[in-house]
Unconditional design. Structure first.
Lengths: 334, 334
DNA sequence: TTGTAGGCGTTATCAG
DNA sequence: CTGATAACGCCTACAA
């Protein structure tokens, strides 16, 4: 593999000049540039970005840490950061935590060793030591799908409380009063927790007593959604509606309800969260809270680059979410 | 940021020794090791993997190039390679081609500049110059979702022809003879092309004349599937069944059919390809060709590492696919 | 506009 | 078992 030095020798110039035609071509005379370019061709020179990163202390690489790429909502935001990053000639290393704190921790460490210029994290715990360390050491990062609204960390997210509230309110207005919630484990996602708060407060505001048996916490999977809804449906006084803390769970819930022989939405109203693409492609089409995932990824990347570049102040971007009413919810029976 | 040198000074040893405790701890006396470990702690030493890669000429990073992370089947295989790679302390940089050859080309170049140790590619064109160059230069790579069955390149895939054949055969046996195909553009995926071949041959073997109007090529999207099926359904002599070259398209087709007021599966049988997770969560549950995506990713990574390590011969792994009959297909009407 | 030379953090080769 | 020291490929003052 030929280096800048081989090229320099072949072109009869110094390595500095070769470096210049690579990094700031206009600063070298056209004729010289021609010689160099030719020399690069003839010795099949391949630029070594690793070596560059080593000296400039910028790897032009960022790390993206998400729960799991299997959930389409994360695929979408991932695409957002990728598109934005690649556009600036930055590459992204992807890692899944599977909602596990220790995996998140080791990922952060490995990526930092790899000298990523910054990190975009959908964290399992906004108050954990991982983020605190990052902050203390002044390492650039931004939180995605964040619930934090202020403080010293950059973040982009939506108002999960509000989302949960709106989802529940929609159900209440439809006349439901046995409204369950299928939630991803609070200990592994505070988004889910905030959504539950919204759910609970909405119930309260409408004079519906909170029944803790109507909350099913589960892991973030299709099967989790399916099994949980079955639990809520086999109570002595079963639910007539459920709010699922994400669409993925909601899809599972649909299946669970069907397996119990229910008709959707007449026997059970379901509202999800995220508005993943297929939400409008299932039957019945899923009523859900829309979250601008692609945009979020893009903005997250943008925010990160700002922080990496100049020392812009940390800021929290709260994007708009909205209720999308489709077919999976209907009036309460009776 | 403290370096190996700071640690060495603090511990009163040479940099070589520090390097040793990092890379082969057992080769240094326990007492010395203790001193060094302590010193690392007190000066908050952070290992620089970039510098290491620079000298060892191994970045411990691989590139993974896929069409788009939005399609769940690619998310699944991506997870397969990630899991396998991370387990060996290798990171993966992800890039989307969006089925565009030129994007694939620039991705390959960028990733090589970044000194990835190898590449896993779901290519837009197995006969293009990109792969040829890689091959000529002896750069390690393996093809995923590959259609190539022999030759000098490592690859893992399934028999797409067979898959297409089986999907179609299932429909034929159900009594259908107006069987359409909604296919991803052949020019951007030869997998789709091979599946079409299977479809066509199956028709032929069963004495059903091939009608080119029943083939709709489209882009790989939900809307593409939806619009294409509408086209096939509004022919003077419309189809009673469609084979979609992937589940994503099939989901779109389901929606398209419904928008035309059809009942599924009675009015239209649909079979997909991939068996993405949600295929069994939609209504009607999708009949499809199962493809072991996670496994494929895992094996691809394994194959790549073998090639990077010792100079093992290139090999092609052909995995089993199978027809999964669910609810979206039924007997031909009449 | 171009060249010289030092250095980035780590590993590897040789001695000791 | 440990220490010196020369790379690795590139960038960047500083000089010319």
């Amino acid at each position: 593999m030929s280096t800048i030095r081989d090229v320099a020798k072949l072109a009869g110039v110094s390595t500095a000049t070769v470096s210049r035609v690579i990094n700031s071509p206009k600063t070298v005379r056209e004729q010289t540039r021609g010689k160099v370019t030719l020399a690069m061709k003839t010795c099949n020179y391949k630029y070594n970005a690793l070596a560059r990163g080593f000296v400039t202390k910028k790897s032009n690489t960022i790390g993206l840490i998400i729960p799991t790429i299997n959930n389409p909502v994360f695929a979408e935001s991932t695409r957002g950061v990728q598109d934005y990053a690649n556009h600036q000639k930055i590459q992204v290393i992807l890692g899944n935590t599977y909602y596990q704190y220790d995996l998140e921790e080791s990922l952060v460490e490995t990526l930092r060793e790899k000298q990523v210029d910054g990190l975009i994290i959908t964290t399992t715990n906004p108050r954990g030591a991982i983020l605190k360390n990052l902050l203390d050491e002044g390492f650039p990062f931004v939180l995605l799908y964040s619930t934090v609204k202020k403080g010293p960390v950059s973040a982009v997210g939506i108002d999960n409380y509000q989302g949960g509230y709106r989802a529940t309110e929609h159900l209440v207005k439809l006349g439901h009063d046995r409204i369950g919630m299928v939630a991803g484990n609070f200990s592994r996602s505070d988004r889910s927790f905030h959504r539950w708060h919204g759910y609970r407060q909405c119930l309260k505001n409408h004079g519906i007593p909170y029944d803790k048996d109507l909350l099913a916490q589960t892991d973030y999977s299709l099967t989790g959604g399916r099994d949980s809804v079955k639990k809520l449906l086999s109570l002595q006084n079963p639910v007539t509606a459920v709010f699922c803390s994400n669409d993925y769970l909601a899809l599972g819930a649909m299946k669970g309800a069907r397996e119990l022989g229910l008709n959707l939405p007449t026997d059970l109203s379901i509202v999800g969260f995220d508005d993943i693409q297929i939400a409008s492609y299932v039957i019945p089409e899923l009523t859900t809270i829309h979250q601008p995932a692609y945009e979020m990824g893009k903005l997250g990347a943008q925010l990160l680059f700002q922080r990496i570049g100049n020392q812009s102040k940390p800021e929290q971007l709260m994007l708009e979410s909205s209720l999308i009413v489709r077919e999976s919810t209907t009036k309460a029976p009776g």
